[in-house]
Ligand binder design. Structure first.
Ligand code: 5AD
Ligand code: SF4
Length: 435
């Protein structure tokens, strides 16, 4: 039988979809297929911004006809949006053909929910308000070789005032370090060449005492696993970024010299309203400390424009941060009010036309810096971990330590190999050259 999983949102969701695939395989769905040929379709949704939700609503709605033609098709909707208060009800009302709604706290139940749905032709909505334990034990079907994602924490305790994640993912839970290390060792033995440790705020790993060691200790332990591989981690919160973490990055070759450290804004008043608990000065001091210990370390970030009450001058502080912090790249977002968060209830919401104008300026600034950082590689040799083949370009591709995408020709299939790329030219975030 065939399955199709449609994923929205971040790496966390991408990895969760790998676990969903693992559960589906266990239920006899043994082949991944396009939507039209699937016997089960699972939407793994995201609700971090309104456009992610609209996208999912559009795609689910488009299945009405398929479901009418294929009575036995099972359509399941899970993930953050399904977990959002009141959304399951809206989904069921809008799309009565949905068979199964499940949330972020009962992923491990998906198998038995499918059994129940197969036994009785009645739609099922199963949501838990909060789950204490972590999701160890689900064997994922990995789709991103030579990289493998490894969860280290679930949930988030930070309650940034704009963010819905703490409401739909629950309190932060740390996986035991022993479990994480066992998974990493297994992955390296299987041939994975890059491990990315995942958490909403990896720096607060073990805040509940269940990890058994701090994040820098965990990172060091992972880096000491035998074999040639790269270690990445995301996401770091600047409020918890430590000198000890910087020391561990500097001391371990396998840890990529690339840190994703979301700044969100370059203005202190806005950072305060966002409940980020650091200042622009502290942020800049942290990356200065990082670059002093780890010369050339790439810093990438997330930035939001149009937070309630943000003035033009305050926005310009974010704009100037791009060059001052010298970001290697940045994800830029227009603030999206999320029902239930503190910021959504604030006065002074910014008109969309103003936010659009600001994001265009910000994207220009980010692109300019990205080009500058890419140009620094031209004429140099950089190590690439080959991950794919680009049919259109007729070239292999993979990232270097700093996250730049390198393209090159090769006389054999080098996917999963480390190659040295001599960079001849750069274009945006991409590097082109010979190996
Ligand atoms: N509006 C816009 N961007 C948001 N993010 C989180 N919540 C919102 C929101 N309501 C962004 C932040 C975060 C990234 C994953 O998504 O920049 O770091
Ligand atoms: Fe959201 Fe802040 Fe938690 Fe990140 S740290 S998931 S932005 S609440």
């Amino acid at each position: 039988m065939n399955y199709c999983i449609v994923t929205y949102g971040c790496q966390m969701n991408v990895h969760e979809s790998e676990k969903i695939a693992g559960i589906l395989r266990g239920k006899g769905y043994d082949r991944e297929s396009p939507l039209e040929e699937a016997d089960i379709i699972v939407f793994n949704t995201c609700c971090i911004r309104e456009n992610a939700e609209n996208h999912a609503f559009g795609n689910i709605g488009a299945l009405k006809k398929l479901k009418r033609e294929k009575k036995d098709l099972i359509i399941a909707v899970g993930g953050c949006m399904a977990q959002e208060e009141g959304k399951a009800q809206i989904l069921r009302e809008k799309f009565p053909f949905i068979d199964l709604v499940f949330g972020t706290h009962n992923l491990s139940e998906l198998g038995s929910l499918i059994d129940r749905r197969r036994a009785r032709r009645k739609a099922i909505v199963s949501l838990l308000p909060e789950r204490e334990e972590t999701e160890d034990g689900i064997e994922p079907v990995r789709t991103s070789y030579p990289n493998a994602w490894v969860n280290i924490t679930y949930g988030c305790n930070n309650f940034c005032s704009y963010c819905i994640v703490p409401y739909v993912r629950g309190r932060e839970r740390s996986r035991a370090a022993g479990e994480i290390l066992k998974e990493v060792r297994g992955l390296i033995a299987e041939g994975y060449r890059e491990i990315t440790l995942l958490g909403q705020n990896v720096n607060s790993y073990n805040s509940d005492g269940r990890g058994g060691m701090s994040f820098p200790e965990l990172l060091e332990a992972c880096a000491s696993v035998e074999g040639k591989f790269r270690l990445r981690f995301m996401t770091s919160h600047p409020k918890d970024f430590s000198a000890e973490l910087v020391r561990v990055i500097a001391a371990n070759e396998k840890i990529c010299k690339c840190v994703h450290l979301p700044a969100q804004s370059g203005n202190d008043r806005i950072l305060g309203l966002m409940n980020r608990r650091y200042t622009r000065k502290k942020y800049l001091e942290e990356i200065a400390m990082l670059r002093e210990a780890v010369p050339g370390c790439a810093v990438t970030t997330d930035l939001i424009v149009g937070f309630p009450t943000e003035t033009e001058e305050e926005f310009e502080d974010t704009l100037s941060l791009v060059h001052e912090a010298d970001f290697a790249s940045a994800f830029t977002f227009i603030y999206s009010p999320r029902t239930g968060t503190k910021a959504a209830a604030m006065e002074g919401q910014i008109p969309e036309s103003v936010s659009k104008e600001r994001i265009m300026q910000l994207v220009d600034a980010v692109n300019e810096n990205t080009r500058k950082k890419s140009a620094e590689f031209v004429g140099k040799t950089t190590e690439i971990l080959c991950e794919d083949y680009d049919d259109k370009k007729g070239l292999y591709l993979g990232r270097n330590e700093a996250g730049r995408m390198g393209y090159f020709a090769c006389d054999h299939n080098p996917i999963g190999e480390f190659v040295d790329l001599h960079v001849e030219r750069a274009n945006g975030i991409s590097l082109f050259g010979k190996i």
